[in-house]
Ligand binder design. Structure first.
Ligand SMILES: [Fe+2]
Ligand SMILES: [Fe+2]
Length: 248
């Protein structure tokens, strides 16, 4: 018989370890986290356990007044290299600062929040803090990236054939968004996101968020009380990133 722990034993050990770190608090996972595992449940609280409210000791502590850069450093996944490398490319290509910022934030939802409908979630997250053109471009890049534009040499990404299969076709709402965006005055900004979108990480290139500190300073309206502590329409989304497992 194998002495190695079975999968469920390992899961139990991990849960125990996490409960210990959490001071016997129970993490009440949102439905969405469970749906992602194919489960329609809110889980069940062990008898007597308190629910986690407030800081999550498993995550790096955030400063009292967090900035966009703090979220990059302390919350976003390593997938943020995709954002940093795309913005770096846009900068190398001599694009305007606002477009570099759009590239830096285009997949902020994938790297930092939620994957599905990432253009829409990402735009909503940043909308109160950036120029309207930046948020609009982040929203519609989700649709544009499925459609070629020969005028700028943009083709349907080969990576998508591999990732989504030969037969994948965008949903009708994506097609409709593309049709609306085509005639829009900011179309080219969103198209530039697609053009500078690197579809894979360059493992030999490590771009730091600090490279964009000045651009962020000039084009991202950082609230004085801290991103998430303000009363913007998306402040609650940033707070959710700070404390993603608050029970309520
Ligand atoms: Fe994207
Ligand atoms: Fe991207």
């Amino acid at each position: 018989m194998s002495t190695a722990m079975s999968l469920s034993e390992r899961a139990d050990a991990l849960e125990h370890d996490q409960m210990t770190k959490l001071g016997e608090c129970y993490v009440a996972k949102s439905l969405l986290y469970n749906l992602a595992d194919g489960k329609r449940t809110l889980g069940s609280r062990p008898p007597g356990a308190r629910l986690l409210m407030g800081e999550d000791p498993r995550l790096p502590p955030m400063p009292r007044k967090p900035t966009l850069i703090d979220y990059f450093r302390l919350r976003f996944s390593p997938a943020q290299q995709h954002l940093l490398q795309s913005a770096n490319l846009a900068q190398k290509n001599g694009l305007p600062e606002k477009t570099v910022l759009a590239c830096l934030l285009h997949d902020i939802s994938v790297a930092g929040f939620i994957r599905a409908d990432h253009g829409y979630w990402g735009a909503q997250l940043i909308e109160p803090y950036v120029d309207e053109e930046v948020a609009w471009s982040v929203r519609v890049h989700q649709a544009l990236r499925f459609f070629p534009d020969e005028s700028v040499g943009y083709e349907y990404p080969k990576a998508y054939v591999q990732l989504f299969g030969e037969g994948y076709r965008p949903e009708p709402y994506v097609v409709a968004e593309y049709e609306r965006a085509r005639g829009h005055r900011w179309y080219m900004t969103a198209r530039m996101i697609c053009l500078n979108d690197l579809y894979s990480f360059d493992p030999n290139l490590e771009i730091e968020i600090e490279q964009f500190e000045d651009i962020i300073g000039r084009h991202f309206r950082q609230p004085a009380e801290g991103l998430g502590n303000d009363d913007s329409p998306s402040a609650h989304m940033w707070r959710t990133l700070q404390r993603p497992c608050n029970a309520l």
